[in-house]
Write a protein that binds this ligand. Structure first.
Ligand SMILES: [Zn+2]
Ligand SMILES: [Zn+2]
Length: 254
């Protein structure tokens, strides 16, 4: 499977964009920067999977739908656990802060529809199997286990300790790659805990729970204002962890 990094960061600053990954050209994993791609790339999107309803993961949906609305007849399918769908419906596509594109051009064939998915229930999207997993964030959230052609990939979304997710992942025969978050440097450990995010020391605690040894581990959601401190904390000289930072516009082959 192919994953394009469109937005890799946990804050929006010049040169740093909000979380969005594109799987095999047509499936978006989170959508903070979905409108940032070339128009042609946006027109390829058929499915959007959202981990949680925080604005940095959904704001691009609003402008993406507006961009493509008159250029295609298809319906884009947005998938998330029920409380996430409810939050997006109530607070974004509510006809107050943005147009309700689930009713346009008409309710029968809207430009976007919302479909609930449940933890541990696998959905097949054209041969890509996507399974939402329970995570632990300050709002209802899920990660995603994604399987295609025998490759296993995990995208955690925003999280702090997530024992149920690790239980599931450790039952897999292997895990080829994962994208996991780090938001704050270690000196802001308390803020990380209160906001239910990871800092490098908390990440190391979480990775001790992963039984698989050969997994490629990619880091996303760094707050760019702390990037120098976070990189120093992530790569101390005395700890040998094979972590990789994600760079925007890079493509990962799994
Ligand atoms: Zn976030
Ligand atoms: Zn969040």
């Amino acid at each position: 499977m192919k994953i394009k990094v469109v937005g890799a960061y946990g804050a929006a600053l010049s040169g740093y964009h909000l979380t969005t990954f594109i799987l095999n050209d047509n499936i978006a994993l989170d959508a903070g920067s979905l409108n940032r791609m070339d128009l042609e790339e946006q027109l390829n999107i058929d499915h959007i999977f959202i981990t949680h309803a925080h604005l940095d993961h959904i704001t691009g949906i609003a402008f993406f739908i507006d961009n493509i609305f008159s250029l295609t007849d298809k319906t884009i399918h947005l998938h998330a656990i029920p409380p996430v769908i409810k939050a997006i419906r109530d607070h974004l596509f509510n006809s107050d802060v943005w147009v309700d594109f689930t009713k346009l051009p008409d309710s029968g064939t809207p430009r976007i529809d919302f479909a609930t998915i449940e933890y541990y229930e696998t959905m097949d999207v054209g041969g890509v199997e996507i399974t939402p997993l329970p995570t632990n964030h300050i709002v209802p959230s899920s990660g995603f286990h994604i399987k295609q052609d025998g490759k296993n990939f995990l995208y955690t979304g925003d999280m702090i300790e997530a024992p149920e997710m690790w239980d599931y992942v450790n039952k897999l025969d292997y895990l080829d790659a994962m994208i996991i978050e780090v938001s704050f440097p270690d000196r802001l450990l308390n803020i990380a805990k209160v906001s239910k995010h990871l800092c490098p020391s908390l990440l190391r605690e979480e990775l001790k729970k992963l039984k698989h040894q050969e997994t490629d581990i990619y880091i996303y959601h760094i707050k760019p204002m702390f990037i120098d401190d976070i990189v120093q904390d992530l790569f101390p000289k005395d700890v040998d962890l094979a972590l990789q930072l994600l760079y925007e516009d890079e493509i990962i082959e799994i």
